[in-house]
Ligand binder design. Structure first.
Ligand SMILES: NC(=O)C1=CN([C@@H]2O[C@H](COP(=O)(O)OP(=O)(O)OC[C@H]3O[C@@H](n4cnc5c(N)ncnc54)[C@H](OP(=O)(O)O)[C@@H]3O)[C@@H](O)[C@H]2O)C=CC1
Ligand SMILES: CC(=O)[C@@H](O)[C@H](O)COP(=O)(O)O
Ligand SMILES: [Mn+2]
Length: 394
């Protein structure tokens, strides 16, 4: 790369965010940093800001403002707080933005960056699940560019022949199967949050780790793939591949199947998007085929992992269903992590919320926001849970 690319990171203190920061620090001549945002981890955000010298550092939670301000006093870095300030951070002029907030809370700031035509590295799959059609239309309208960061979608992006999309037979999304791949339903009933977040291959934030354990992550990724690539829902197949080395595949009409392989390390898909259309060097990551004893594949079990059925049905219904699926899942996962409900209750809450909310059309972001709020309330009521975390609009 010749000129330095200016970068903003939404969710810089999270798992994807810290990997992005570390890649930027490994390539000081290639990048400068414009804005960093977190929810409430002011200590880590301030450390990152002192090293990367952004114009602006923002915490979404106003309660963390005083701490951030104190920690960055005298640095000349502007400090702000609140959801609107996160959106303002996304609006600041940068070439490239990493969307790595977790949940539907990432939708509004990501759209703010789309509107100014930025290149977006998209980790936050929930915003495509909730507002995929609206978001893709905005990207087209505003001349923005979406680069998938989710490992499977980065893999597909790298091997999908967009000039011959009609020659694609299907996309094969790989799934690790998560920590409970071989558990019976009875065993799953007793698992703890600590067991659920212990992913066998990937080191990720708590919410996505639980999603991997229920396989709702793959359900969300099915919907994400539908919006990112010119294929029908029926052309997206899910295959369990416990080693997470083949990150996904594209099968063509002539029988050729192209795959992207790599170690299960998010720095690879993040580096691909950060450097795009060039490739960044990440010398510490090397896949050595002779060190891998085997690559295996299985069909997913719909009985033990009902998330796959629910997500596919929501995608096929369209309209409000994917928004309800996502919102109920966010509430249920949060309740599980806080010890309010059991692991199997997560999908029971999602299914019951979908049953209780009649499907309706979605025409605008206001519709998305209203359905999201209603679904959070419905799911929280089902479990008498007082929180409605991470709404796409407060
Ligand atoms: N982790 C991974 O390897 C992968 C993640 N993804 C997707 O990327 C996204 C981020 O995942 P991950 O990094 O694991 O998540 P983490 O929980 O590790 O990090 C989330 C980040 O978002 C911030 N945040 C949380 N809630 C809010 C909010 N309401 N408003 C503003 N900021 C908020 C957090 O701040 P704070 O630290 O202050 O709480 C943190 O910076 C998710 O959508 C996930 O599905 C996709 C593929 C792989
Ligand atoms: C790293 C990444 O992209 C995650 O979404 C990962 O794929 C989770 O693994 P599974 O959902 O396949 O268990
Ligand atoms: Mn993924």
């Amino acid at each position: 790369m010749s000129a330095r690319r200016s970068i903003s990171i939404l969710g810089s203190t999270g798992s994807v965010g810290t990997n992005t920061v570390s890649l930027i620090e490994d390539h000081p001549d290639s990048f400068s940093v414009t804005a960093l945002t977190a929810n409430r981890n002011a200590v880590l955000l301030a450390e990152q800001a002192r090293r990367l010298r952004p114009q602006l550092a923002v915490v979404a939670d106003p309660a963390a403002y005083a701490e951030l301000k104190t920690l960055l006093a005298g640095t000349g870095i502007e400090v702000a707080a609140g959801e609107e300030a996160v959106v303002e951070a996304a609006r600041l002029d940068s070439d490239w933005l990493m969307a790595a907030i977790v949940g539907a809370a990432g939708l509004k700031p990501t759209l703010a960056a789309v509107e100014r035509g930025a290149i977006i590295g998209l980790a936050n799959k929930e915003c495509l699940v909730c507002a995929g059609a609206l978001m893709m239309a905005e990207i087209e309208r505003c001349g923005s560019r979406l680069l998938p960061v989710d490992s499977e979608h980065s893999a597909i992006f790298q091997v999908f022949d967009f000039d011959n999309a009609d020659k694609v037979d299907r996309i094969i999304l790989t799934a690790s199967g998560g920590p409970f791949r071989c558990f019976s339903r009875d065993q799953m009933a007793a698992v703890t949050p600590a067991q659920a977040v212990a992913h066998p291959n990937w080191d990720m934030g708590a919410k996505i780790s639980v999603d991997s354990a229920t396989m709702m992550n793959k359900g969300l990724e099915l919907i994400e793939a539908f919006h990112l690539f010119p294929v029908t829902a029926e052309q997206i197949e899910i295959v369990v591949h416990p080693q997470s080395v083949i990150h996904s595949l594209v099968a063509y009409v002539d029988g050729s199947v192209l795959a992207q392989l790599g170690l299960p390390d998010m720095r690879t898909p993040i580096a691909y998007a950060l450097g795009w259309p060039h490739r960044l060097a990440v010398p510490s990551i090397r896949l050595r085929l002779t060190e891998i004893s085997q690559l295996t594949f299985e069909s997913p079990d719909p009985e033990r992992f009902p998330a796959l059925r629910l997500a596919r049905a929501a995608l096929q219904s369209g309209g409000s269903a994917p928004i309800v699926l996502n919102a109920a899942n966010e509430i249920a996962v949060d309740a599980f992590l806080n010890g309010i409900i059991g692991f199997l209750d997560i999908l029971a809450v999602v299914e019951e919320t979908l049953n209780r909310m009649p499907g309706r059309a979605v025409q605008s972001l206001d519709d998305v926001s209203a359905i999201d709020r209603e679904a959070r309330r419905a799911a929280a009521q089902l479990i008498a849970y007082p929180r409605t975390v991470n709404s796409c609009y407060a």
